[in-house]
Design a protein around this ligand. Structure first.
Ligand code: C5P
Length: 297
């Protein structure tokens, strides 16, 4: 008997970042959109906890107890008083250290898969609380769709999405560490007044309307200057996507994946072809959003 859960990647259509808090985290107004690039997490009974991974980035995924999927299984097992004796297999398609919540997806996926396998019947609220302990983006990986995350990004309000948004994602040839990007944000913010992060009404309205041109005019990412400072070549990739007809080009979350919002599926294919031909990116993918969160398949 095994259980497989499919979990999407995310892009942030708004990422407003406040000043560093005493606990080192930053208050955010984080507008998440789940997009159709997926990891699949399969759990099956085993003698002891074990993690395996397949996919283009598999070599970069830790297979010990620091893996978010392993931590999710351990947390649920402890909460429910069961042995965490599972083999967790991750079929990884979301880029590692890419700013698309790949690790968070595996945490949410393993949690839902183990809950199903063990029949623990945890409530949605219990699962969300466990997700929030695992990481700031993990609750959104469970929920999917579109949501505003406040606090560290873990306190979610579901948002309406009135249509399909077509994206192109360009994966870089190396990753960026999220803590390093936040540290660079702090360094660049020194001596400046950082306003409280708030959700942009224009972003929420464009999502609700399903209007890509309106959304393109207002997408924003406060981590982008920090990501570009650590990875300056990304600016050329952003320019190349804009030149190919993308309505908007931005760094996805803490990067270094770059995200391009396009008018329709045809335009997405064109932007993807130009980016592929540029030879700048490790790989280029198209995906639509919003899509559902973690789902047992
Ligand atoms: O929550 P998570 O473990 O995914 O966060 C990874 C790192 O990103 C944190 O250790 C912190 O450095 C940074 N972070 C932050 N503020 C947030 C979320 C993450 O500073 N709201």
């Amino acid at each position: 008997m095994s259980v497989t859960v499919r979990v999407p990647a995310k892009v942030n259509v708004q990422l407003a970042v406040g000043a560093a808090r005493p606990d080192g985290f930053h208050d955010l107004a984080n507008v998440f959109l789940a997009v159709g690039l997926y990891d699949e997490v399969t759990v099956a009974p085993a003698d002891e906890l074990r993690v395996t991974c397949e996919g283009p980035d598999a070599a970069q995924v830790p297979l010990d107890r620091t893996n978010l999927a392993a931590r999710a299984a351990l947390a649920l097992a402890e909460r429910r008083g069961v042995e965490p004796a599972v083999h967790i297999h991750i079929a990884k398609d979301i880029p590692v250290a890419g700013g698309m919540a790949g690790g968070s997806a595996d945490g949410a996926g393993a949690l839902l898969a183990c809950d199903t396998l063990w029949g623990t019947g945890a409530s949605r609220d219990e699962l969300l609380a466990l997700c929030a302990d695992l990481g700031s983006d993990v609750p959104f990986s469970l929920v999917g769709g579109a949501a505003l995350g406040v606090g560290r990004g873990e306190r979610l309000t579901t948002l309406d999405v009135g249509g399909t948004f077509h994206w192109v994602f360009a994966m870089a040839d190396r990753g960026l560490s999220t803590p390093a990007v936040f540290r660079e944000f702090d360094r660049l913010a020194q001596g400046r007044d950082i306003p409280e992060p708030t959700a942009s009404p224009e972003v929420l309205e464009a999502l609700a309307k399903g209007d890509p041109e309106a959304l393109a005019a207002v997408v924003s990412n406060d981590l982008q200057p920090a990501a570009l400072s650590l990875f300056p070549e990304l600016a050329d990739t952003l320019d190349a996507g804009r030149g190919a007809g993308a309505l908007a080009a931005l760094v996805s979350g803490s990067g270094p994946t770059t995200a391009f919002l396009t008018r329709d599926a045809e335009s997405a294919q064109k932007v993807a072809a130009v980016l592929r031909a540029s030879g700048r990116c490790r790989s280029v993918r198209t995906a639509q959003g919003a899509v559902a969160g973690a789902t047992v398949v």
